[in-house]
Design a protein around this ligand. Structure first.
Ligand SMILES: [Zn+2]
Length: 438
């Protein structure tokens, strides 16, 4: 029996995942004035840079052939067309499948407009289009390259996970509708990546809009300041921010640089306290799944209705009607559905549920109640930012998140009430498709 012991020890050691991790970053700060994303009331392009903005990538390999790359960005969001270009090129260059790449954005409202995201919101003149096109083309190259750089950086690593707490996210629907419930998600999930004693990456999340600032200086808003503060606290480490289900949360109060920096600082402190507390070891295996479901729109206008709106509506609704009219088929049809991206990653017991669009908080709270408060991480603003994603509650309450935001997003109408159950059902099916153990 004694002679078998070394073999048994070896078997036990290799049964655990032996992570390899790679980290990379690329500076995406605009080098010329460019229209800024997020608000419809800006009247001119950017006038300077308050803070550099970044795309960052974390590559993970579980030592048994499974890989994934998380991409985070100081941008309003990637739309489907942009994400497709990146993931198709990454497949050709690095052999990664769609399910192995997640692209999240901080949703900063102080970054550049990219592609066609939220286009009807902005009064952009044709003279401002070339800068947006130059920026978007370069950005897509940079994202593909940073994925490759993270893969090239793969080396043995340990992963730990814990959750901190933070309190500045405020349910913003209550600021105008004070009688309504004001749920928020104040968890700060933290994934720390170390090699030996060196911390190489800190991935953290929070469910809140990056809307502390609204001027003409490029910056990452509070998530940008948080990442910079975490990197200052942890020399040599890259901080990557993953936006949660913060569609109906704002950082309040807001609108001063001091407040944006303050929220960055307290976020960094929440991350530091989580890392000093009980961080659990993350074992493998790594499992990834990705699929889309069709979300249906309702109340889709016909040509006569759009022409009526162009004649009578306010400037934003008029831009929306013009946007739709240009995209109408010769027979007068608009699209009636959108392919909604749903991605699930399992890192051992840690579940990352990575969803598209501006996700309201109800999804996060419901998913954590269903799959576990301690080890479920819900991200919104991933892979395709094309609309707000209301729960049935928010859809029924109405307002901006319930349907009004389809105007700036250029979608034909509000979602069908099946939206919430369709998403929950698909997540459940993807979860079940991933075996937790080898
Ligand atoms: Zn938003």
């Amino acid at each position: 029996m004694k002679r078998l012991l070394p073999f048994l020890l070896f078997a036990a050691a290799t049964a655990r995942a032996e992570w390899n991790a790679g980290v990379a970053r690329v500076d995406i700060t605009p080098t010329e004035p460019i229209w800024m994303a997020g608000y419809g009331n800006r009247t001119k392009p950017s006038e300077g840079v308050r803070q550099k903005i970044w795309v960052k990538a974390l590559a993970l390999d579980d030592g048994a052939g499974a890989r994934a790359v998380l991409v985070t960005s100081d941008l309003l969001g990637f739309e489907r067309d942009m994400a497709e270009i990146v993931t198709q090129r990454a497949k050709q260059k690095y052999g990664l499948e769609r399910r192995q790449i997640a692209i999240n954005s901080s949703h900063t409202h102080s970054g550049p407009v990219t592609g066609m995201v939220l286009r009807p919101a902005y009064p952009i003149g044709p003279e401002h289009e070339p800068a947006i096109q130059r920026y978007t083309t370069k950005l897509l190259d940079q994202v593909v390259d940073v994925i490759g750089a993270a893969l090239e950086d793969l080396k043995p690593a340990t992963l730990t996970f814990g959750q901190g707490n933070l309190g500045f996210a405020t349910n913003r629907r209550r600021t105008v509708l004070r009688h309504q419930p004001g749920p928020v998600d104040q968890d700060v999930p933290v994934l720390a990546v170390k090699s030996g004693s060196a911390t190489r990456a800190i991935v953290f999340g929070y469910a809140c809009h990056a809307t502390a600032l609204s001027d003409y200086q490029i910056n990452g808003d509070w998530p940008g300041f948080a990442q910079a503060a975490i990197e200052k606290d942890n020399p040599g480490a890259t901080a990557l921010f993953v936006t949660g289900a913060g569609a109906d949360s704002n950082p309040l109060p807001r609108r001063t640089v001091e407040l944006a920096e303050h929220y960055g600082m307290v976020t960094a402190e929440a991350v530091a306290q989580a890392m000093k507390g009980k961080m659990g070891t993350v074992n493998g295996p790594l499992r990834t799944a990705f699929d889309t479901i069709d979300l249906l729109f309702t109340d889709i206008p016909d040509r006569a209705e759009l022409e009526r709106r162009i004649a009578t509506a306010d400037p934003a609704a008029k831009r929306h009607a013009q946007f739709l009219l240009k995209r109408m088929t010769p027979s007068g049809k608009l699209w009636d559905r959108h392919p909604y991206p749903i991605q699930v990653w399992k890192l051992g017991d840690l579940k990352m549920i990575i969803l598209g669009g501006e996700l309201v908080v109800d999804y996060s709270l419901r998913l954590k109640a269903q799959y576990g408060w301690a080890d479920t991480w819900v991200a919104g603003y991933s892979n395709d930012v094309f609309a707000y994603i209301p729960s049935v509650r928010v859809l029924k309450e109405g307002g901006y998140e319930g349907g009004g935001a389809m105007i700036p997003y250029g979608q034909p109408g509000p979602f069908h009430p099946a939206v919430e159950e369709s998403i929950m059902d698909k997540i459940e099916r993807l979860m079940k498709s991933l075996p937790a153990r080898r």
